[in-house]
Design a protein around this ligand. Structure first.
Ligand SMILES: *Cc1c(COP(=O)(O)O)cnc(C)c1O
Length: 490
């Protein structure tokens, strides 16, 4: 099982090398050279624990890890940090199924992969006799930052630096990051949006001189963004697990098709669903849900990817993205793994802000459906699900649920709504959707109100937040990101 760069087919590495590097140094992303063939028997898989499912899937993709090493990574990651023994429980509500991916320590789906990535990364270091310290550079639209900091906090031989858009994350998200402990964790607000931060991080990765300079002091970069296959591969697991739960609960028969709707930003989560389908999970449609930043929806409709538009701040900030990194991987596969063509399109995106594919390429995306939900529709959906099922969902999940509803005529199969964050992360937006006026309320008041509404106890992440000491906010310019990295790691 080898991985190759989307921009250079001769750049081929093992799984552990791909994880250590994060991004390919030619500017591309690593993708599997060939997908593994999984033996799938849901009569057996339905009784698997999450950890067993993780072992089954991960060992196919990360085949230069020994079974013992993988098991140790899985045991370290999926333990009592999760407040559900199931790790990723599936809840029926309002005629659909919600796959709750927010039971980890930072109450967003990023925990599903970021609780295991530090283990995979240090094990990958061992496998490759790597003696350098790993400097994790991460741009976050709100949730990756905290989950990555929590995962890497005090992990020996690692340093983590997180950049988030100033004013572009929810107040709870920001407090979660600012209260993170660990001498090796660093977090900076950037004057710009998520795309500005992510583009700069990619630039630093591809800055050969800078990398050489770091290497001299025994340090190398890696990424905790979903550009790293160490993020992507663990996300495949829960699609199998969700399906197995449906079989176990007698909601479907093994082999029946299931649709998944995924609230999408950087396209990592839905790409994992695509890989799950490619290796044999019986999936009907993969539904890409966007908020008012409709760049992906527009691509699926027209075949043109056009990032030349206003960046809109929404109540689902983790999906506020115009340059969706992992889309490069899907595009590459749809182009028939054509490196030259892909590179041409990515160059066009960089230089002109847009690219288009021809009709025959566009037709290859037929496994996907796409739609978006406006701010108003997102709020309506939170209210509608609450009124009909007494179930409170967060704004990201609501975008997905609304999109599922809008596409009801185009679908035939049971629908799993991928639920990416706890409503406790976005109390203001959720309460407003439930017609509660919050202007005069503190975060604490809002959380208390939300608890009364949802009848869900505070997760540990919220209890911690109320007691934790916060570091000072530090705001920098995009242009100063490089100097800040230099300053921190030296
Ligand atoms: C990151 C995130 C998303 C978007 O996921 P991608 O993998 O970037 O598409 C959606 N919802 C929440 C809550 C997130 O944190």
């Amino acid at each position: 099982m080898m991985y190759k760069s989307t921009r250079d087919e001769n750049n081929v590495v093992t799984a552990s090398q791909a994880i250590l590097q994060g991004l390919a140094d030619d500017g591309g992303l690593y993708v599997p050279v060939d997908l593994p063939k999984l033996e799938i028997n849901f009569q057996e898989l339905k009784d698997y624990t999450y950890q067993e499912m993780a072992f089954k899937v991960l060992r196919e993709f990360l085949d230069d890890f020994s079974d013992e090493q993988l098991q140790a990574c899985i045991d370290g990651a999926y333990d009592e940090k999760f407040d559900s023994e199931l790790i990723a429980p599936l809840k029926g509500a309002d005629g659909n199924y919600y796959l709750e991916l927010f039971h980890g320590s930072t109450i967003a789906f990023k925990d599903m992969a970021l609780s295991i990535l530090p283990y995979l990364m240090t094990t990958a270091g061992t496998i490759n006799n790597n003696e350098n310290d790993i400097v994790i550079l991460t741009a976050t639209s709100g949730d990756t930052g905290k989950a990555a900091m929590a995962g890497f906090a005090d992990v020996p031989g690692t340093e983590i630096i997180v950049f988030y858009p100033n004013g572009g994350v929810s107040s709870i998200q920001e407090r979660q990051m600012l209260t993170q402990t660990g001498d090796n964790t660093h977090v900076l607000a950037v004057e710009g949006n998520f795309d500005d931060a992510q583009t700069k991080v990619k630039e630093l990765f591809n800055d050969r001189e800078f990398r050489a300079e770091l290497l001299e002091s025994g340090k190398q970069f890696s990424s905790a963004n979903s550009m790293n296959i160490g993020r992507l591969v663990p996300q495949i697991v829960y699609y199998f697990y969700a399906y197995a739960q449906l079989v176990k609960q007698n909601e479907i028969q093994a082999g029946d098709l299931v649709d998944f709707v995924v609230p999408t930003g950087n396209f990592g989560n839905i790409l994992a669903a695509y890989y799950a389908k490619e290796i044999g999970l019986p999936v009907g449609k993969l539904i890409c849900a966007s908020n008012d930043n409709t760049v992906l929806y527009d691509f699926f409709e027209t075949g043109e990817y056009n990032a030349k538009r206003d960046f809109i701040l929404t109540i689902s900030p983790s999906m506020d993205i115009l340059i969706s990194s992992n889309f490069e991987r899907l595009l590459y596969h749809m182009l028939g793994d054509d490196t030259a063509k892909l590179t041409e399109l990515m160059t066009s995106l960089k230089e002109t802000g847009a690219y288009s594919v021809d009709a025959s390429t566009h037709a290859k995306f037929a496994d996907f459906l796409a739609q978006f939900a406006t701010e108003e529709e997102t709020m309506e959906e939170i209210k509608a699900v609450y009124d009909s099922a007494n179930y409170v969902i967060d704004p990201h999940t609501a975008v997905a649920a609304k999109v599922g509803r809008k596409l009801v005529e185009n679908r035939q199969n049971p629908l799993v709504i991928v639920s990416t964050a706890s409503p406790y992360k976005f109390p203001e937006a959720v309460l407003n959707a439930l017609d509660i006026e919050t202007t005069a309320m503190s975060d604490e008041d809002m959380l208390a109100d939300l608890k009364a509404k949802s009848n869900v106890e505070y997760p540990e992440a919220i209890i911690e937040l109320q007691e934790a000491a916060s570091r000072d906010r530090q705001v920098i310019e995009v242009a100063d990101m490089k100097d800040q990295v230099r300053y921190i790691v030296k």
